[in-house]
Design a protein around this ligand. Structure first.
Ligand code: FE
Ligand code: FE
Ligand code: ZN
Length: 300
């Protein structure tokens, strides 16, 4: 099976998309995900056309299919919050436009969080927002991410995502991004992934899956915590994640790692070394390396 795998990579304004592509290639990836600026804010620079066309050229040379590349919207945008609704809508409209300029087809979005309103109202706000963002001007699909259910996060169940999608007018412009850590933390048993896919298919439809975030989890099933762990080093375990990555029903869907950077040593808190090159190699080999963290530290 053709594995389409990559990780979250950085996007710096002075290097543009070219920097992101180079970073992905250095990990042995054939796709990647990036934020068009800092994940935690909504400041965005102008897109440099020269760097973009150089990036697209480099992708071609490396057999990277642009339709498998993912953009992630900043996680502070919250369509459920009416106090900030107009800003969120206009920001996301511009973000869709930026995706279009860069040639990207998929934008992952955290659905939002209920602020001073019921979950039902939050779901309404989100679909109303999406209907103000999506139209036929751009060939960009928004993928709603499955969430851990931290605080008042919307999207902790397939049913919640389904109720948002039901109210979206442009059905072919809306899909889902499955995050394995989030599913576990939301209470889904990742160990039986075919059952999960059956359920997803019944509730939403398997054809709506546009991306899989492959992360291990630091916490137990149903913990509603959302803390990612390196592949094979958390509660999901290597075999369960391999079964998801190589599940034939998910062939062709990009698998994106968002696992944490590795610290210098066990006592250090600062995350310094990207694990992706090592994790991708381990996934390609399908053999767990218990010494992976040590190896990453030694190599850096
Ligand atoms: Fe996310
Ligand atoms: Fe994620
Ligand atoms: Zn997460």
């Amino acid at each position: 099976m053709d594995l389409i795998i990559g990780s979250h990579v950085s996007y710096k304004n002075n290097m543009g998309l070219l920097g992101s592509v180079k970073e992905a290639i250095s990990y042995g990836a054939n796709t990647f995900m990036f934020y068009t600026g800092a994940p935690q804010n909504t400041m965005r620079g102008e897109i440099n056309d020269k760097l973009t066309s150089e990036a697209l050229e480099l992708m071609k040379e490396n057999n990277m299919d642009i339709s498998k590349v993912i953009v992630h919207a900043p996680y502070i945008v919250n369509l459920a919050n009416m106090n900030n609704f107009d800003f969120s809508v206009s920001f996301l409209r511009k973000e869709v436009e930026r995706c279009n300029v860069l040639g990207m087809k998929y934008l992952v979005l955290h659905p939002g969080s209920a602020v001073n309103c019921s979950r039902e109202e939050a779901i309404n706000n989100i679909s109303n927002g999406l209907n103000l963002i999506l139209d036929n001007d751009y060939d960009v699909t928004i993928l709603l991410e499955t969430m851990a259910g931290k605080g008042n996060e919307i999207g902790r169940s397939f049913e919640e995502l389904k109720s948002i999608i039901d109210k979206v007018k442009f059905k072919d412009k809306i899909g889902v991004c499955i995050d394995t850590c989030h599913l576990n933390d939301a209470g889904y048993d990742i160990g039986n992934f075919d059952d999960i896919l059956d359920l997803f298919d019944k509730v939403i439809g398997i054809d709506k899956i546009g991306c899989i975030h492959v992360n291990d989890s630091k916490n137990d099933m149903g913990s509603h915590k959302d803390r990612h762990e390196n592949i094979g080093f958390g509660n999901l375990g290597f075999d369960a994640l391999i079964n998801i990555i190589y599940n034939s029903r998910l062939e062709g869907i990009p698998k994106i790692l968002e696992t944490p950077y590795v610290t210098k040593d066990d006592n250090s808190k600062e995350r310094e070394y990207p694990p992706y090159k090592y994790e991708i190699e381990m996934i390609k080999n399908k053999v767990f390396d218990n010494d992976l963290i040590t190896k990453i530290r030694e190599d850096n």
